[in-house]
Design a protein around this ligand. Structure first.
Ligand code: ZN
Length: 284
C-alpha cells in the first residue's frame, strides 16, 4: 500500500484553553507541538498562530516566523502547511489571509468555497480564490484544497480549467464541520469518487467524526489529518493529552494494517511538491 501521509493540525484558531488545557497557544508551544508531532510520525504539520494575549488566531507575521524558526532549529524537516483561512466565520481582511505566503510554505490551505459557520459566513468567493491561487503559484506553494462539501470540488475544477490550479490536485476532505458535509463514510466515498484521476486526497473528521473518518480513510487508501485543531478528544469523554498522542495512535493503526508512514520526503514526492528530491530550501 502507498505510504500514509499523516498531517498534524496542532492548534487551529479557535479552541480555547478552557476547553482543551493542552492546546498550544504561544509560538513556542505551537512549534514544540509541531516538532513532537513530526517526531511521532507526522510528515506534514499544519500551522496557525495565536495572539499570545487573547489566545485567538491571528495572521501576525512575526509570530509565524518564531514558530517556523523554532521548528527548523529542532532538527526536524516536516512539510510545512500554513493556513490561509484566518479565523473561519470571523472574516479577516483578505490581505491578512495572504500573509503566511510570505514564507513560501510548501503547502497552504485553500478553502475552496464559502460556508455558513454558526451565525457567520466563512467567505471564500470566486475572486478571492482566483487571487489566492495566483499568489500561491507565484511563491511556489501548493494549495491544499479544503473541501467542506462536495460542490467545492467543482469550484476547484473550474479554477483548474481556468489554468489557476495546476494538476495533480491535492484535496483535504473536511467532514463534520458546521455547515459542511457530515462525517459519514458515505459522504467521504462520494467526495473521493468526485475528484479527477491522479489527484491525491486526505481527510479530516471533525470532533466525534474523527475516528470513523480516520478508520474509513485508512481502509480506502487515503491520507489523514489528526490534531487538536480538529478534535480535542482521544476517546469519548477523554481529552487528548497532546497532538503527538493522536499521531502515535494513527501510527500504530497504520503499522497494524501494513501501511508504512510517509517520511517528509516521501510526502513531498507523493504530493508532487516542488522540493521533492531537491533538498532543503532556505527560508527567504
Ligand atoms: Zn487550519
Amino acid at each position: 500500500m502507498e505510504p500514509l501521509i499523516v498531517t498534524a493540525a496542532v492548534t487551529g484558531s479557535r479552541t480555547p484553553r478552557e476547553k482543551c488545557p493542552h492546546i498550544p497557544i504561544l509560538p513556542e508551544e505551537i512549534a514544540d507541538a509541531a516538532v513532537e508531532a513530526a517526531r511521532a510520525g507526522a510528515a506534514v504539520v499544519h500551522i496557525h498562530v495565536r495572539d499570545p494575549k487573547t489566545g485567538v488566531g491571528t495572521q501576525n507575521e512575526g509570530l509565524y516566523r518564531r514558530v517556523l524558526d523554532r521548528i527548523a532549529a529542532a532538527g526536524v524537516d516536516p512539510v510545512i502547511c500554513l493556513t490561509t483561512s484566518g479565523i473561519p466565520g470571523r472574516n479577516l481582511a483578505y490581505e491578512a489571509r495572504f500573509i503566511p505566503l510570505r514564507f513560501r510554505p510548501e503547502l497552504a490551505s485553500f478553502d475552496a468555497g464559502s460556508l455558513n459557520v454558526g451565525d457567520g459566513v466563512f467567505l471564500n468567493p470566486p475572486e478571492f480564490l482566483r487571487d489566492l491561487a495566483r499568489r500561491m503559484a507565484q511563491v511556489g506553494t501548493k494549495p491544499e484544497l479544503e473541501i467542506f462539501d462536495t460542490g467545492m470540488i467543482g469550484n476547484c475544477l473550474r479554477l483548474r480549467d481556468e489554468g489557476l490550479l495546476a494538476p495533480p490536485l491535492h484535496f483535504q476532505f473536511v467532514l463534520g464541520a458546521p455547515g459542511g458535509a457530515p462525517a459519514t463514510p458515505k459522504a467521504l466515498l462520494h467526495m473521493m469518487e468526485s475528484i479527477p484521476p491522479g489527484s491525491t486526497w486526505s481527510s479530516i473528521g471533525i470532533g466525534k467524526g474523527h475516528l470513523p473518518i480516520l478508520l474509513t480513510t485508512l481502509a480506502l487508501g487515503g491520507h489523514v489529518r489528526v490534531g487538536l485543531e480538529d478534535n480535542i478528544y482521544y476517546q469519548r469523554g477523554v481529552l487528548a493529552r497532546s497532538n503527538a498522542q493522536l499521531v502515535e495512535r494513527v501510527a500504530r493503526l497504520a503499522r497494524e494494517i501494513g501501511r508504512p508512514l510517509a517520511t517528509p520526503d516521501e510526502a513531498r514526492r507523493l504530493l508532487s511538491l516542488p522540493r521533492a528530491g531537491a533538498g532543503p530550501r532556505p527560508n527567504p
